[in-house]
Design a protein around this ligand. Structure first.
Ligand code: BES
Ligand code: MN
Ligand code: ZN
Length: 496
């Protein structure tokens, strides 16, 4: 969808949208339209349940006095509460409402807001950003849809006196959205299309934006001693890959920040096989890697002034004559050994080697890893928050506040020695699951912590947030792109 900003007024075609604050307070533009429509707008507002709450929408079809097909009144909520997320709720709701309406364009007339917490330009920019994010579709595999069955809305114009500044504020947001879209595309693609080698090829495309991309195959990983990652992929006919992406927008001598992703392109569970029902969802078990790739695109796209490294471990977890067995002992790149009691606890094995490699090669300021790691985090937090585990309070607090600012929320979970002991093994340095299911997300995090070598580190368990079954303000159902906005914000707020 095309997003534009203008100072021009009433459009002669397409839908017009105007705003109202809470308690049915019409904006000046809304009052003007009320006059132009001979009072129709005011009567519609007075006669219904529309109150002007954040994201509420009232729709008037073909009101007299105008050539436009429809007028929308969108609620902004309370003036004191206006902020970026509020703007996003409004922009997302407006675009969602009109997406399949038959309208091709909408112009939102945004009057001066006098808001305490956000400028008119930023408010306008975030409306455009949200409209863009919500307009995302993954529809490439539909071959039979008629024009009438496809979305009609193709353009959102935000008309504001602050248009020039809004356009400027929108430019980096558009780049972030491009990163989010890449993540959503990668997560939505089925596993016959996205497998380690093809996902690595997608990473390579980032070279066009100035990202340095290296791809390691199995022979190279074998030399490095990555027995844990390789063990997971050994039952697949698809070769495992490790991709290293570098964006160097900061000072030459500055240590980079590092992001590491679990990229299990399909997780059958391996020999500890998963039940058939719902297994198709495991195509998005590369959501952590997808987020890291989208983040690198966003950072490069907006030319972030930071040195950033993205490392993704790409494997397919399959049952096969060559697959690893429950009880196998593997040696990780760190030298530590792991008894693989359950081949379905594979993400931590992939990350163990990816994390160790990342800290050893780059000595980063911090490492943040993202992974659809445990079903247990969904039991604990549902789909509202991702789980946050960290060995560093400052990093954890920065992440949590980036989460609040972007709406990609995090809830911190504990780590500790008592949990750590739960993964000690009888025959190796550790086992890849606890003795029972208790504290399943925490024991997974403890496992990862054994591979970070005391570098400031956070693990984000995104099993509940990488995919959504219901539409949200800026996220249509499907792959969410969770993590891109969050980590872009972390970088922008604290490391640029
Ligand atoms: N990829 C899954 C976790 C998952 C489950 C993500 C549901 C999204 C939705 C992970 O590899 C896994 O299978 N974890 C096991 C761990 C268990 C064997 C200790 C789990 O959560 O059941
Ligand atoms: Mn698994
Ligand atoms: Zn998995």
């Amino acid at each position: 969808m095309k997003i534009t900003f203008s100072t021009a007024e009433l459009p002669s075609t397409g839908a017009i949208a105007v705003t109202a604050f809470d308690a049915r307070q019409l904006s000046d533009s809304a009052k003007r339209l009320d006059k132009l429509t001979g009072g129709a707008l005011g009567r519609a507002v007075a006669g219904g349940r529309f109150k002007g709450g954040r994201g509420e929408i009232l729709e008037l079809l073909a009101p007299g006095g105008l050539d436009n097909g429809r007028v929308m009144v969108v609620g902004l909520g309370k003036r004191e509460a206006l902020d970026a997320l509020g703007a996003q709720a409004v922009g997302g709701a407006l675009v969602a409402r009109l997406a399949n309406s038959g309208e091709q364009a909408v112009t939102l007339l945004l009057d001066p807001l006098s808001a305490e917490n956000i400028s008119d330009a930023d408010f306008a920019a975030h409306i455009g950003y949200a409209g863009l994010l919500r307009s995302y579709r993954f529809d490439k595999y539909f071959t039979k849809k008629t024009a009438d069955e496809k979305p009609s809305l193709a353009k959102l114009t935000v008309a504001s006196a602050a248009a020039a500044a809004a356009r400027k504020a929108f430019a980096p947001l558009e780049k972030i959205a491009e990163g989010v879209f890449l993540t959503r595309d990668l997560v939505s693609e089925p596993a016959n299309v996205i497998y380690p080698a093809s996902l690595a090829e997608q990473c390579r495309k980032l070279t066009a934006q100035g990202v340095k991309v290296e791809v390691l195959g199995e022979a190279e990983m074998h030399k490095l001693g990555m027995g844990a990652l390789l063990g997971v992929g050994q039952g697949s006919v698809r070769e495992s890959k490790l991709v290293i992406m570098q964006w160097r927008g900061g000072k030459a001598k500055d240590a980079p920040v590092a992001f590491v992703g679990k990229g299990v392109t399909f997780d059958t569970g391996g020999i500890s096989i998963k039940p058939a029902g719902g297994m198709e969802e495991m195509k998005w078990d590369m959501g952590g890697a997808g987020a890291v790739i989208g983040l690198m695109k966003a950072l490069a796209g907006r030319k972030a002034k930071v040195n950033a490294v993205g490392v993704v471990g790409l494997v397919e977890n399959m049952p096969d004559g060559a697959a690893q067995r429950p009880g196998d002992v593997v040696t990780t790149m760190s030298g530590q050994t792991v008894e693989v009691l359950n081949t379905d606890a594979e993400g931590r094995l992939v990350l163990a080697d990816a994390l160790w490699y990342t800290q050893g090669r780059f000595q980063p300021k911090f490492m943040v890893n993202l992974a659809t790691l445990t079903g247990a985090i969904i039991v604990g937090l549902g789909h509202e928050y991702a789980g946050l585990f960290s060995n560093n309070d400052e990093l954890a607090e920065r992440l949590a506040s980036a989460g609040l600012a972007t709406g990609e929320k995090l809830w911190r979970m504990p780590l500790g020695e008592a949990y750590d002991k739960m993964i000690n093994s009888d025959i190796a340095d550790m086992q890849n699951i606890g003795a029972d299911r208790s504290a399943g997300s925490i024991t997974a995090a403890q496992f990862l912590q054994r591979f970070v070598n005391n570098v400031p580190w956070a693990h984000l368990d995104i099993a509940g947030t990488a995919w959504t079954k219901r539409d949200q303000a800026t996220v249509p159902k499907g792959g969410t792109g969770y993590g891109v906005r969050l980590l872009d914000r972390l970088v922008a707020a604290y490391y640029e």
